[in-house]
Design a protein around this ligand. Sequence first.
Ligand code: ATP
Ligand code: MG
Length: 322
Amino acid sequence: MSNRTRPLAGNLSDYDISNLTKLRELYVAYDQVNVALNEISDFHAMTRSSSRGGCMTLVGDSGSGKTTIVKSYYDAIRAANRNVQDEMPALLVTLPEKCSIKELCVQILIALGDPCAEQGTKRSMEIRIKKLMDARKVELVIFDEFQHMIDPDRDRVVHTTADWLKTQMNLLRRGYLLVGLPKFERVIRTSDQWRRRVESRFELRPFGWDSERDQAHFLKFLQVVEKMLPFEDTGGLLRQETLPKQLIMASNGYVAFVMRLILRASMVALAHGHTTLQTAHFRKAFRDLESYGIEAEQNPFSGMYRREPVERPVIRKRREAF
Ligand SMILES: Nc1ncnc2c1ncn2[C@@H]1O[C@H](COP(=O)(O)OP(=O)(O)OP(=O)(O)O)[C@@H](O)[C@H]1O
Ligand SMILES: [Mg+2]
């Protein structure tokens, strides 16, 4: 962290900033996260004990917490193996946006610690990938952003790369965890060979408020977050009155947006010198974050909120005269 002095004082003290940073980096191992981690761990153990390798998928909408989960698994594996130099039982590779074979090779080589990752022909890269995977004793390869196997411009599977990867999976025989938006499952559906490879699938779902079970899960999550809030713990700061339900409505239950709202509301409260968190802070936070001319009827933290989307007058763009 930088020790530079701040050019302007700002509204928040250094103490506030340090607390908010902790909140921002908070990782909560809530129920669904634990179930997913257990499944990944079982899958990893199964593929480790077999010479055939295998494939698992982890899918979820944007902000459902996929990367956070696989990163925490990857970190845990690395921490458990920190005394074994050069061994990497798990590898975390983020698929590049333009997912050509070469770009993917580069990303795999970077993850494997190849100092010359960008150099060489495709063939020489393949040879280095095999060598390094053996040398590093890689058991599990996690591919994040797997939806990049679909070309966004043409909305078509990048068949050359997908076929290349399928062949490498056969040759290298490791465990593969494919992670990304649900749309990547189109890649799996393109052929029976892909379909046969996938042995298990986990879908991350947003928090909900419909059943008692959903509510209990969300309240448990909020209880953990509350302990990290930079306010006096009055017992249930985030669980007061209708706040949990409003948080679900404002975020559609996605953990990323829940955390973003809580962080912003905390900033608002601290910047005003308040010592506790109230619905008004969330109302302002929602307005700040959804600043597209939001109206009170569209703000779940407002008393005027209506669930139905507010009809907006159609604004026709006037044709500009050049
Ligand atoms: N377990 C968790 N505890 C606390 N906050 C979390 C957790 N999981 C996710 N978040 C919050 O949500 C944000 C987004 O999560 P993440 O990047 O894992 O989502 P994602 O599903 O990978 O989204 P995308 O598809 O856009 O890549 C994180 O930066 C973090 O602020
Ligand atoms: Mg992600």
